[in-house]
Design a protein around this ligand. Structure first.
Ligand SMILES: *Cc1c(COP(=O)(O)O)cnc(C)c1O
Length: 357
């Protein structure tokens, strides 16, 4: 098979090395003589593997003591509800910044628990920018935001200043650049963009803020229950955690988040320079807020879409179709995507212009 340049938005590209290691563990894990898929999550080998994954997260993101690291199920989508349930007091209210589809879904779920105050929104211009200069009321129980808007291609490059606990959906840019965990009461991320395969959700939560809602929470939706159970209150997704561990080890070996950030800046710069230079295309996000993870763009002449798609296919470039809600194209450039793949894409855009321009 020819090498495919994988620009998929999620589930998305993982390092090639990881696939080889993961397949070995399917046949035989450690020296157990058993597949990782058939052993107890309470075996010492699996417990050690989960501990190793926690240590990698702590190290790579510089997680301070007092913040617990959990591996849960239900995706980022379950966290929309669970985060509000654990942080909104009985009769209280939560603040949200609305920057697109994912934040809107978080708002919808939080409204099932209590009052939501929309602190800022970029809906007025089709979510093409990141709101700035807003004030966060100090009577809120929390402020929730989405650090990277996977669908609209915008990203917060500055952490919002908040007088109340800050909750962040970092599903699509966690581990892609430095972030201050200490500034956040809660960070969550579905693994399937920058961390591993689908099936596990990373949660980092500041323990001292929990247990203050006045509510009797369902066990599975209570962070304190999962902290006490060390992510093994029920059977955890062992294999997705293992593949995440391999991916994080790969990242650490490369030079960690600082390496990823440098590399992601270089890829984004290469892509956006071509986008701005090329007369056939136009970007959809405000320049200063352009995401380094997901670049969204359009052909000025939509009737050329089929021709462009055919060229992409011929160059083994996959996953560039825009989200069904916004159309156009989207180049997702997560950590594991090599610079060479962005070069291949830029080459195709360039030759397409020569052909049509
Ligand atoms: C992909 C994505 C989600 C949804 O994640 P699931 O794990 O499918 O629930 C939520 N938020 C953001 C920012 C995403 O990119």
């Amino acid at each position: 098979m020819a090498h495919i340049h994988n620009f998929s938005a999620g589930p998305s590209i993982l390092p090639q090395e990881v696939f080889g290691q993961a397949s070995k563990a399917v046949l035989s894990f450690e020296n157990m003589g058993l597949s990782l898929l058939e052993v107890s999550h309470r075996s010492k080998e699996v417990v050690a593997m989960v501990d190793r994954t926690i240590a990698l997260v702590k190290d790579l993101l510089d997680v301070p003591d007092g913040h617990a690291i959990l591996f849960l199920q239900g995706g980022a989508s379950m966290q929309f509800y669970m985060s509000a349930l654990n942080f909104m007091k009985e009769g209280g209210k939560g603040g949200h910044i609305d920057t697109g589809v994912w934040s809107a879904k978080a708002i919808k779920e939080a409204k099932k628990i209590g009052t939501v105050v929309e602190v800022a929104s970029s809906k007025d211009r089709s979510y093409s920018y990141i709101p700035k200069g807003f004030t966060v009321p100090s009577d809120l129980d929390f402020l929730h935001y989405t650090t990277n808007n996977t669908i609209y291609g915008t990203e917060f490059f500055e952490t919002p200043k908040s007088p109340v606990p800050l909750l962040a959906d970092m599903s699509s840019d966690i581990f892609s650049r430095k972030c201050s965990v200490a500034d956040h009461a809660l960070i969550y991320a579905g693994a399937q963009k920058n961390m591993g395969p689908a099936g596990v959700t990373l949660v980092i939560v500041k323990e001292e803020l929990l247990g203050k809602t006045g509510r009797n929470l369902p066990s599975m939706l209570d962070y304190q229950v999962h902290i006490k159970g060390e992510s093994m209150f029920n059977t955890p997704p062992v294999f997705p955690i293992y593949v995440s561990m391999l991916t994080l080890q790969w990242l650490k070996d490369k030079g960690g988040v600082a390496w990823a950030e440098q590399n992601n800046r270089a890829k984004a710069e290469l892509f956006y320079n071509e986008l701005d230079r090329n007369s056939l295309f136009t970007g959809t996000a405000a320049k200063e807020d352009r995401s380094r993870m997901n670049a969204t763009f359009l052909l000025k002449d939509e009737s050329l879409e089929a021709d462009f798609s055919a060229l992409l296919k011929a160059a083994n470039i996959s996953g560039l179709k825009g989200h069904r809600d916004v159309g156009g194209f989207r180049a997702s450039m997560y950590n594991a995507l090599p610079l060479e793949s962005v070069m291949a894409l830029v080459d195709v855009m360039h030759s397409f212009e020569q052909q049509k321009g």
